[in-house]
Design a protein. Structure first.
Length: 248
């Protein structure tokens, strides 16, 4: 009986030492904050031209001090010096990326990650944007209507700015159109633009040059009322330029 009691006492003592050791480790973790850095929430990504904007909500704690973002097949790493709630990541050359966002405590310990996958607009997509078709139509009064057909299309939404110049045989005419456009609306009702009553001498050859701002976009559908809806529109504008010969 005494032997059994002795063995039980040894076991209880060992359990007590182990328990105290675990408590010491937990207390150390508490002091360093290594297990209390919370993860971010409400992570969202906005696509741009070869870049992305990440935004999130940080945890409400006193432990999280910095942010780490890991992305891409090669697991590129960006670390901030403070606890920010948004970050632009530039120089993205692939079509799609997974982004993992961590909080970090003062000792570099990471939280559980929050992840999101986002496609961006690559240089090849931007280079493939269709240019508008430009025409000059004679009016009954002898003046012309200059038309730009397709300033919004399947691969781009009108960005709000168009400038053009008609030149030839010493003649120059310039005009422009500007309007505020919100890319986040994901739709455009401005598909074509017309400039009426342009006085251009007939019987000559001219060159029409233009610069058009657009938001690269991904088509969703075109409505019967003449609007284009998009599944995604870049947060960044780009300019496309071109020339058209006018034989009047």
């Amino acid at each position: 009986m005494k032997r059994i009691e002795l063995v039980m006492c040894v076991l209880l003592l060992a359990l007590g030492v182990s328990s105290c050791s675990n408590m010491d480790e937990l207390y150390k973790d508490y002091l360093t904050g290594s297990i209390y850095s919370g993860k971010v929430s409400d992570l969202k990504a906005t696509a741009g031209n070869q870049r992305v904007l990440l935004q999130w909500t940080n945890p409400v704690d006193q432990i999280s001090k910095r942010i780490r973002v890991v992305y891409g097949e090669t697991e590129e790493i960006i670390e901030t010096e403070e606890l920010v709630d948004e970050l632009y990541i530039d120089g993205l050359t692939m079509a799609s990326y997974e982004f993992k966002v961590y909080t970090m405590d003062a000792h570099g310990n990471l939280s559980i990650p929050t992840s999101i996958t986002k496609s961006v607009f690559t240089s090849s997509m931007i280079e493939g944007i269709d240019h508008p078709r430009c025409t000059a139509t004679l009016q009954e009064d002898g003046k012309y209507t200059i038309s730009f057909i397709g300033v919004s299309g399947a691969m781009a939404m009108f960005g709000g700015d168009l400038e053009f110049t008609v030149t030839g045989d010493g003649f120059t005419y310039s005009d422009s159109y500007t309007v505020e456009v919100d890319y986040s609306d994901l739709k455009s009702g401005i598909l074509d633009l017309e400039f009426e009553d342009v006085a251009i001498p007939s019987g000559r050859d001219y060159t029409l040059s233009y610069t058009l701002s657009v938001f690269p976009a991904s088509l969703k559908d075109k409505t019967t009322t003449g609007e284009i809806n998009y599944t995604e529109v870049s947060m960044d504008k780009t300019e496309i330029s071109g020339e058209t010969a006018l034989n009047l």
